[in-house]
Design a protein around this ligand. Structure first.
Ligand code: FMN
Length: 175
């Protein structure tokens, strides 16, 4: 059955969008119709979709405020369709923190909101010191040092597991 799927994303440096593009690619290969829209531009009636996916990255411990706003504004509509949520962060590069049950940001996020999406996932993001402002670079360096990650500011490492992203797309396909 062909479904209409809306993917709404919140990204700062583009990694969440890159993941969304991969999801779209896999879903389209499976003959699903996909709309990919930034949370900043989203102005659709959610109920026109069979499935709604929301993806957002973590910065300094939280998702963009617009994510919670979006969920609160659209709660009734979200509860009337099949939904999925995924978070993108660097803590998820650690195997023991890369599931919705073990990733601290995802666990905390769902303690603060009422919404229960049909499926939830978490992906490791990208570390790219060269993209960051001076302040952010220093902060990320400190966080990496504390969590035994790379502190060399030449480092550009994509931790995202693309097989996991494809598996998530297939799970969305089956929803
Ligand atoms: C300023 C800044 C703050 C961040 N804070 C966190 C954090 O608190 N925890 C974490 O796991 N990752 C953190 N990250 C890593 C991002 O979640 C990761 O780079 C992700 O790939 C960003 O996705 P985006 O490009 O879609 O915004 C931070 C990154 C930046 C640049």
């Amino acid at each position: 059955m062909n479904a209409k799927i809306g993917i709404v994303y919140s990204t700062v440096d583009g990694q969440t969008l890159k993941i969304c593009n991969k999801l779209r690619e896999v879903l389209q290969q499976n003959n699903q119709q996909v709309d990919l829209i930034s949370i900043d531009d989203f102005n659709e009636d959610i109920t026109k979709y069979d499935k709604l996916v929301l993806g957002a990255s973590i910065r300094y411990g939280v998702h963009n405020d617009k994510v919670i706003e979006f969920i609160k504004t659209n709660k009734t509509a979200l509860d009337s369709v099949k939904t999925a949520f995924f978070s993108v962060n660097l803590v998820a590069r650690k195997p023991e923190k890369n599931t919705p049950e073990t990733n601290p940001y995802v666990v905390k996020f769902f303690k603060t909101i009422e919404w229960k999406p049909t499926i939830v996932e978490v992906f490791a993001g990208k570390l790219d010191y060269k993209k960051y402002s001076f302040f952010d670079r220093k902060m990320i360096q400190l966080i990496m040092w504390m969590t035994k990650g790379p502190t060399n500011t030449e480092a550009e490492i994509e931790y995202t597991n693309w097989e996991k992203v494809s598996d998530f797309a297939l799970a969305l396909n089956k929803l």
